[in-house]
Design a protein around this ligand. Structure first.
Ligand SMILES: Cc1cc2nc3c(=O)[nH]c(=O)nc-3n(C[C@H](O)[C@H](O)[C@H](O)COP(=O)(O)O)c2cc1C
Length: 342
């Protein structure tokens, strides 16, 4: 058993963590990624105001399975009272930590003053964070961007406000709100924040291969890294990065590894969702996993026209069985899914 590393109050197996992604990091995918060796998981963003009104859809988003631990539930909102109540609710559900989304660039969210807009006023943010931290015993963490725009990259002020409030760590996506998903994540900026930060820092952005993840982790000095889109094209990335980080080697995943992955995901989706929605969820993952494989365009088209779950998984197994050994990994460097909530 190799040595664990500290992250806030937790001990994690290694520093490579699945990033929260709306519509993607739901309970069955988080379970899958824990099995695929992400060292902890976080839910997608859930509205604190939605929690206040107890809508069924909102409550469904907060469900998790014990095997996900260490599991954080991510909330967003601008109303202090709703955020405090949401923290208490997350604690009552038994989650290991509550994460506040302060990186979402989506107009609908920032217009109300939530997501990345909240970081524009670190003093007010500090007040809200203090109330949140005081309201629960579980750790409160935050996920931010570098700043609102190029002229106001105030992440360090936010980190200091978070520290004063008693937040356990800060994850930073290395782009401004204005950048959205364009350009590249600024890892020099992340390294600079880490060097000056009194809190553990988790770096994030554009880690699409195990090699890049380990290199950025080492060079920036951060406490851990989040990997989002890279895991959708390479669900083996956490295990690969952990091995590389420990000085071990890893081979390219072969057909059997893909077949095992698909069988597990099929089972987890079937356990969680009714047949039809399990199939709808499956389609997008199959399309992402197959990107860059020979025949992926035809396979993708097929995936979105097949209307029967069993047929879909059967087609997928046949596809990966044939295509895996012909794969060319250069496509992993291409831009991909240029939009999201953080
Ligand atoms: C489709 C999508 C949905 C996302 N949803 C969330 C979210 O709910 N909460 C959050 O904090 N970040 C969200 N993000 C941002 C990611 O967590 C991450 O910060 C971003 O994708 C950069 O990391 P990457 O280059 O490894 O993907 C989302 C990103 C994408 C692509």
């Amino acid at each position: 058993m190799s040595k664990k590393i500290p992250l806030g109050p937790f001990q994690i197996d290694h520093p490579f963590i699945l990033a929260p992604m709306a519509g993607i990091t739901n309970s069955p995918f988080r379970r899958l990624m824990r099995r695929m060796n992400s060292s902890l998981v976080v839910s997608e963003l859930v509205s604190a105001t939605g929690i206040e009104y107890m809508g069924q859809k909102t409550l469904d988003l907060l469900k998790f399975h014990d095997e996900e631990r260490i599991i954080g539930l991510q909330i967003f909102g601008e109303d202090e009272e709703h955020l405090v109540k949401a923290c208490r609710y997350v604690e009552k559900l038994g989650a290991d930590f509550v994460d506040l989304n302060l990186g979402c660039p989506v107009p609908k969210v920032v217009k109300k003053g939530a997501g990345s807009a909240m970081c524009r006023d670190p003093i007010n943010l500090g007040k809200i964070l203090t109330a949140m931290v005081k309201s629960v015993k579980i750790p409160v963490t935050i996920k931010i961007r570098t700043g609102w725009d190029e002229g106001s990259r105030n992440a360090l002020d936010v980190v200091r406000a978070a520290h004063d409030a008693g937040v356990a760590w800060v994850a930073i996506h290395g782009r401004t709100r204005a950048q959205g998903y364009s350009g590249e994540a600024d890892w020099e900026f992340i390294a600079d924040i880490k060097a000056k930060s009194p809190l553990p820092i988790i770096g994030n952005g554009d880690l699409n291969t195990a090699e890049t993840a380990v290199k950025r982790f080492r060079e920036s000095g951060v406490d851990a890294v989040l990997i989002g889109r890279g895991a959708l094209r390479n669900p083996f990335i956490f295990d690969q990065a952990a091995r590389l980080w420990r000085g071990e080697s890893f081979g390219k995943p072969m057909a059997q590894e893909y077949l095992d992955l698909l069988a597990t995901q099929q089972k987890l989706l079937a356990e969680t969702y009714p047949e039809r929605s399990a199939m709808i969820h499956a389609r997008k993952f199959l399309a992402w996993y197959s990107a860059g494989f020979p025949g992926c365009h035809e396979f993708r088209k097929k995936v979105f026209t097949i209307d029967n779950g069993d047929t879909l998984w059967l087609e997928a197994k046949e596809f990966f069985e044939k295509a895996v050994h012909l794969r060319d990994d250069r496509f992993l460097q291409e831009s991909f899914l240029m939009g999201g909530h953080g």
